[in-house]
Design a protein around this ligand. Sequence first.
Ligand code: GLV
Ligand code: MG
Length: 325
Amino acid sequence: MSFTIVEPAPARLNRSELAVPGSNPKLFKKAADSAADVVFLDLEDAVAPDDKAQARKNIIKALNEIDWGSKTLSLRINGLDTHYMYRDVIDVIEQGGERLDLIMIPKAGTAADIYAVDMLVTQAEDAVGRKKRLGFEMIIETALGMANVDEIAKASPRNESLHFGVADYAASTKARTTVIGGPNELYGVLTDPDAQGERLYHWGDMWHYAIARMVVAARAAGLRPIDGPFGDFSDADGFRAQARRAAVLGCEGKWAIHPSQIDLANEENTPSKAEVDKAQRILKAMRQAQKEGKGAVALDGRLIDIASIKQAEVLVKKARQIAKG
Ligand code: GLV
Ligand code: MG
């Protein structure tokens, strides 16, 4: 182990994160009653410029009046390059009470962006005597943000998660996409001819690098990596396949831009019973070996190392969190 200890962000379930436009208050109650682990109330790209001020008011009202139960609540503020952002922070902290948990910072480009928001949030919180400190979620969705992802991840003790914003990322990098967050058939590998001269074409995952890169930065800073939107909400299988790819790389949740995607995201980010059972058996075998003073542990004829024990612990902890709701 390194002498550097990575402190994990506060443990929260983040399997699904539902996007709700602040300009559409009819959706707020439904979001509060949904199965989403996290709801983010949006002031940014889902809200037209003329509706920003009203959306802010709607959100402040909803924070004060709606029963959000045990949901984690986030606010997506506008970008730092707009004149909306300071008022998003100030008005919501001054008038929105204590219910909000997180602020989502879109298009995070440099560590200084996070520092600037931290300064503003800290002043506003101190001025109103807010008891609960707001955490930060950063969307990595520009070439600049991806180039600085490590510094962004470590920029504030408020940081809790990194999110891959594939739509803006594609625009920023000029990637050729067809469906938001889905694959592109042009990104594939043609195999060499086999004995019969046949060649196969395998689609690849054009988002592999970006998600894997973000996962590394997030985990190195103790944050949760979360996969962003999948645009075609009529394609449940496509959503599941993308959520699964991201989860395999280490993400622990995915956005839902439509209520129909909440259960899909929850299911794909919940460890299966077989996985949890296996993890529990690993931990049991380890405890037994410790009792017997043995260093090495074997299970089902395979040696278990420290890494597999740690993974088992993470999995069992997560299963407990899910069971608690
Ligand atoms: C999310 O904000 C995205 O741009 O994908
Ligand atoms: Mg975006």
